[in-house]
Design a protein around this ligand. Structure first.
Ligand code: 1KN
Length: 450
């Protein structure tokens, strides 16, 4: 054990109602919206294939030139209610909104910066309208906040001099002011997802990351904070120098997922993954033909994969500069929503089932001990192999959507052949298992109803 002043503040998963809601939500929407949506990946006639929200960096645009985009910020098609209904129809239970991305442009009229919506032709408080509209649809709002701020001359990538140190403490005070302002203006916010925290300057100021977490938790009781904010006394990030998770959930799975066999360690803590629909575009990019665009089933596979390992998944959308969404994103939201309508019972408020992963798909476990098989790859054998943990047996199986009884044959101890449905559903489908727990069985099942 290393003594740490700025290490992890709690041991194990938070069990309060706010964290339980975070966990039960399972499916979120990421909204990446900022000045970068205006050029959409193109600068001075050149289209850059890299992430569109990083165009300022790829095209080496000086900050004062980049911020002139503010004079073109006029999302006349923006309609917060339409955005909220789209998320609702997709079956998303929460939304993570970029309050300020690396570029430094604020979607709220911050009084600590001149780079905000207030100084654009479209003066309205976009963040405020979004918070209200999403909350009215029963959708929780989370704030993405980039600590790294390319528009602020006090930002430092590293601290190499007294001057750096003085400038950076001014910058941290500016950041505290913006965070307090966000908490005061939008008190229904449920989470802060920090990004832009990988630089040496932050790692050398682990104290500040602990302070920011504590400050927000005092201002907004129950609020959740991601591990990516945090650096400990020694600059160690996400997990402190004693290997303990900092923040309330691990937030390292960005455009990647833990392996369902090798990485089962993640089931010991809360975690949230986030993903893009193209290979790597968070902000709006005008040319999606440059990238592979995931199909709805490929997105749903990732959502289910995350939940099957006790995590959340946030699917990213990059609204256009005019405030509308591209047709492909609208179609995707609709397709996901249609699937969630039928099968959401195996996703929302579900968790890791502790069954060994099989080739046909993923397991999740519901609050009443029921186990779901989410089948993505139906075998020609028409038998879905299920190996149950010690002390667990299968009593009955049925197709979730129709309650059609599914034949289960025990092939050896703790091993079964579960039949496929008589009529091929033609889409990823769910079989619900009723399991029996033998007396004295260890693990999560001891409290399961049989
Ligand atoms: C240095 O690599 C990256 C990659 C992505 C990011 C940002 N995190 C994602 C959630 C997006 O906001 C992306 O711009 C930052 C740095």
């Amino acid at each position: 054990e290393i003594y740490l002043k700025y290490g992890a503040t709690n041991e194990g998963k938070r069990q309060d109602s706010a964290m339980q809601k975070f966990r039960d939500n399972r499916l979120g929407v990421f909204i990446h919206w900022g000045l970068y949506a205006i050029p959409g990946g193109e600068w001075n006639g050149k289209v850059y294939a890299g992430a569109a929200e990083w165009l300022k960096s790829w095209a080496k645009v000086p900050s004062n030139e980049w911020m002139q985009l503010m004079s073109q910020w006029n999302p006349t098609k923006f309609d917060a209610k339409k955005w909220a209904v789209m998320a609702k129809e997709m079956g998303a239970k929460y939304v993570k909104i970029t309050t300020k991305h690396h570029e430094g442009f604020c979607l709220w009229p911050s009084k600590y910066s001149k780079y905000t919506v207030a100084s654009t032709p479209y003066k309205r408080d976009l963040l405020g309208e979004m918070v209200k509209a999403y909350n009215e649809e029963g959708i929780d709002v989370h704030f993405y906040f980039s600590v790294m701020d390319w528009s602020n001359s006090d930002y430092r990538y590293d601290i190499k001099s007294q001057e750096d140190s003085i400038a950076f403490s001014r910058f941290l005070e500016f950041t505290d002011n913006q965070l307090k302002e966000l908490a005061a203006r939008y008190p229904t916010v449920k989470d802060f997802w920090f990004d832009g925290t990988w630089d040496a300057s932050i790692k050398k100021n682990g104290w500040w990351t602990a302070h920011a977490e504590q400050m927000l938790k005092e201002l907004l009781p129950g609020v959740t904070i991601n591990s990516r904010l945090r650096a400990d006394d020694k600059g160690k990030r996400h997990f402190d120098s004693n290997g303990r998770l900092m923040g309330d959930y691990e937030s390292g799975y960005e455009r990647r997922l833990p392996d369902p066999v090798q990485d089962l360690k993640v089931t010991q803590w809360d975690w949230e993954a986030c993903m893009t629909v193209p290979e790597n575009q968070w902000g709006y990019h005008k040319d999606w033909s440059l990238s592979y665009i995931k199909t709805p089933f490929e997105v749903i596979d990732r959502i289910v994969h995350a939940v099957s390992m006790g995590g959340n998944m946030v699917v990213n959308f990059g609204p256009q500069a005019d405030g509308d969404f591209r047709p492909e994103e609208k179609a995707l939201a609709t397709a996901i929503g249609k699937w969630m309508q039928c099968y959401g019972k195996a996703i929302y408020a579900c968790d890791y089932a502790e069954f060994d992963k099989q080739d046909w798909g993923y397991y999740t476990r519901g609050k009443n001990g029921e186990v779901y098989m989410i089948v993505f790859n139906q075998p020609y054998s028409e038998r879905l192999i299920v190996k149950t943990p010690k002390g667990i047996s299968i009593e009955q199986a049925s197709l979730l959507t129709t309650n059609e009884n599914i034949v289960v044959v025990e092939t050896t101890r703790n091993e079964y052949n579960v039949s496929v449905p008589q009529k091929n559903p033609g889409e990823p489908y769910v079989i619900q298992l009723k399991i029996r727990v033998a007396e004295g069985t260890k693990g999560v099942y001891k409290d399961a109803l049989t």
